[in-house]
Write a protein that binds this ligand. Structure first.
Ligand code: SAM
Length: 338
């Protein structure tokens, strides 16, 4: 994957702190990997790194960098955003997408040599406006709108809402507090914690969304606080949905039972929902981690298969075997050995 870096020229710590912070936040939100600030400014580094550590992504900020040397030694496409350049709509298709890119934005007057050091001088209209707006539009055109769909995997998750603010904190502590507040007993808490530990071991080896995985694993049995039957996944999902949790988390809880339950079985069992097969990587991991943790103890695939065989649930046996093979192949190691 090619990288996108932004070089912020002429930053004056007192005067530009707000605009430069916004350059960084726009860069992060619209798909860039790093901002380089020519003047040293630890406050901006701290502010932006703090946001990244909470809201996610692998974005970074570096300040106090010699801009001339940086531009000269940058190995990739160099773009300068300026009102005097060629309108973006006339030039965007000439900018290669398969190479790293450095996008330069100014604050006060940009030195004339910058115009000659770059491959493209690009204007977002030939009217004077703002580096923040110019950068947002440039990145959006460059990524063709795909950056809007990016997932950041942070611990702070905004759940889109038509009528207010809904933010969930995806940490183990927050989820355990929720379980306890609903009356979960220690036995359930300990099982959930053991499932989360094992799920994270798998998730770290296959690029899963770790905060989502950890919370899904801690909350997978939240429904059991009220319903100890085969419908506890649906009960848990209903509880979480009513509290405004997002569907990617709700579905982990809903689809973790029995290695998944197919439509025909769901109908036969009289369950109110039929969409109960784990689909995403996080759903599959929690499902199988739960199968391989009995209480707080790690068991082998054959142990759980025996349990389902004795109950005559042959479809579950096949599904659990499949999940085990699927995840073992994905991480390059048998889950029994993990
Ligand atoms: N007067 C300054 C100059 O001569 O370079 C520009 C000041 S402007 C407030 C700060 C930055 O916003 C510019 O360096 C440029 O990166 C960006 N900018 C402003 N208007 C732009 C436009 N129409 N197209 C592209 N970038 C623009």
């Amino acid at each position: 994957m090619s990288r996108v870096e932004i070089l912020r020229l002429g930053h004056r710590p007192q005067r530009d702190k707000r605009v430069t912070t916004h350059v960084c936040l726009v860069a992060r939100a619209f798909g860039a990997d790093e901002v380089i600030i020519s003047t040293r400014d630890e406050n901006i580094e701290k502010t932006v790194n703090d946001i990244t550590s909470r809201f996610g992504g692998s974005f970074s900020v570096k300040s106090g960098v010699n801009w001339k040397k940086y531009i000269e030694s940058f190995n990739g496409v160099k773009v300068h955003l300026t009102m005097y350049g060629i309108p973006i709509q006339d030039i965007i298709n000439e900018i290669p997408r398969d190479r790293d890119m450095l996008v330069i934005v100014g604050s006060e007057k940009v030195p004339g040599e910058v115009y000659r050091m770059v491959d493209f001088n690009v204007a977002i209209t030939n009217q004077p406006h703002s580096e923040v707006a110019a950068l947002a539009i440039f990145l959006d055109r460059y990524f063709g709108g795909e950056e809007l769909k990016r997932k950041f995997r942070g611990i702070m998750r905004v759940v889109p809402s038509r009528d207010g603010k809904n933010v969930k904190v995806f940490t183990r502590e927050e989820c355990l507090n929720l379980m306890r507040s609903l009356g979960a007993e220690d036995k359930l808490i300990n099982h959930s914690t053991a499932v989360a530990d094992f799920a994270l071991k798998i998730g770290r080896m296959c690029n899963a969304d770790l905060p989502l995985l950890e919370c899904g694993a801690i909350l997978h049995d939240i429904g059991r606080i009220r319903d100890n039957s085969v419908s506890h996944g649906i009960t848990g999902a209903t509880i979480l949905r009513s509290m405004g949790y997002p569907e990617d988390l709700v579905n982990i809880v809903k689809r973790h039972v029995g290695g998944g339950i197919d439509q025909e079985e769901a109908q036969r069992l009289g369950l109110p929902e039929t969409d109960l097969m784990p689909e995403t990587i996080e759903e599959k991991i929690v499902c199988q981690a739960d199968n391989l943790i009995s209480g707080t103890r790690k068991i082998k695939l054959e142990d759980i298969l025996d349990y389902y065989r004795k109950k005559g649930l042959n479809k579950s046996v096949e599904r659990i075997r499949y999940l085990h093979r699927y995840l073992s192949d994905l991480i390059g190691m048998d889950l029994d050995e993990l």
